[in-house]
Design a protein around this ligand. Structure first.
Ligand SMILES: Cc1ncc(COP(=O)(O)O)c(C=O)c1O
Length: 359
């Protein structure tokens, strides 16, 4: 069986060495030594000044919204994982959708500008599949209208934009280290900000608002992660270069096999050093997608419809008009991509797609 993804697992002995350390110290959670070491090593690896390790990428989004004290309307993308939208609602704000660019699959800056009202306080944009948004234009719009910017960089481990980590842009960026991600800590995530003041605020929000063990600086939540998760991150980080190199090889193999075969690809931002985390393909129609998907499934291959449905069609929201996202979400499919996927398995997947599209 070939799933859309399969987690990278480091050699068990390496993980167990860290587990021995945890048993010796009996420090299991609450910003322990391994969590601090992971934060330091991630900052080094990604080239960041500040990063806080959290228990997942959804809490990262929620405390980002909280830290910026956002109210009213937040302009966001309809083409993302559900958590991008629900975190806005969870924080008592209203998601307002701006449609996407059909080539990059990211939020279209022109549509952002058209969606601004007196109630707008921020833009929450996803770098979809790790492809950086049009950051320059979004920055101009945010400055012109005095809006905060949060980037959902859940897929962006190792991505650079103009030679700097893509997570350096915007007021706050969030990332997910969920097991399905290129770099993972089983469950996990992080928030990144250039501002020491915001980072301080985010660190209070992560830990119930504790200032000292007996005093508080505002309200907070439990956004901490455990030493066991940090240990997995420390093990996996040693393999990050290897994982990234393998993804690129796999991405290029799919691209070569499927070019001019009736499917389209996401256009990657030219100013990016991309991480090749996902391989989405766009079919001409949903009917074609469904035909290919079922043919793959007959062969025990399970791609995923990332992202479907379009978030602007969620039944708990008022309908909003985003025709491009609605159309694209119906005909996009992410092919299996993970470290141990073999060239032969990729060839098989490509051949099934090409064969099915011919008939
Ligand atoms: C774009 C995006 N945002 C947010 C999240 C939420 O991250 P987590 O699963 O770590 O809570 C995900 C997770 O897959 C995601 O893909």
């Amino acid at each position: 069986m070939i799933q859309v993804t399969s987690p990278f697992l480091p050699p068990k002995e390496e993980y167990l060495k860290y587990i021995d350390k945890i048993y010796d110290k009996k420090w299991l959670t609450n910003m322990g030594p391994l969590s601090s070491e992971l934060e330091m090593k991630l900052k080094d690896y990604l080239g960041l000044d500040h990063l806080l390790f959290l228990n997942n990428g959804t809490i990262a989004l929620q405390i980002a919204i909280k830290a910026l004290e956002l109210k009213g309307e937040i302009i966001t993308t309809p083409f993302s994982f559900i958590a991008t939208t629900t975190s806005i609602i969870w924080e008592g704000c209203k998601p307002v959708f701006a449609d996407i660019d059909a080539a990059t699959l990211n939020i279209d800056p022109q549509k952002i500008e058209a969606a601004i009202t007196p109630a707008t306080t921020a833009i929450l944009a996803t770098h979809v599949f790790g492809n950086p948004c049009d950051i320059v234009t979004i920055e101009k719009i945010s400055q012109k209208h005095n809006l905060k910017v949060i980037y959902d960089a859940a897929h962006c481990f190792g991505v650079k934009y103009n030679k700097r980590s893509v997570m350096e842009y915007g007021d706050i960026s969030t990332i997910s280290f969920h097991a399905t991600k290129l770099f993972h800590t089983v469950e996990g995530g992080a928030v990144v900000s250039k501002s020491p003041e915001l980072t301080y605020r985010l660190s209070k929000l992560r830990n119930f608002g504790f200032k000292t063990s007996e005093s508080f600086d505002g309200i907070g939540i439990n956004g901490k992660n455990s030493e066991f998760h940090a240990a997995m991150g420390l093990c996996n980080l040693k393999y990050a270069n290897e994982i990234l190199a393998k993804r690129k090889e796999q991405y290029l193999l799919y691209k070569k096999a499927l070019t001019n075969k009736g499917v389209d690809f996401q256009v990657i931002n030219q100013d990016a050093d991309y991480n090749y985390a996902y391989f989405p393909i766009l079919f001409k129609s949903e009917a074609e997608l469904l035909k290919v998907k079922s043919e793959l499934e007959i062969n025990w291959i399970y791609p995923r419809r990332y992202f479907y449905p379009s978030l602007s069609t969620l039944d708990y929201l008022n309908k909003q008009d985003t025709p491009l996202a609605n159309d694209i979400s119906k005909r996009i499919l992410c092919l299996p991509m993970y470290h141990t996927l073999s060239n032969e398995e990729q060839d098989l997947i490509s051949r099934i797609i090409i064969r099915t599209l011919k008939y």
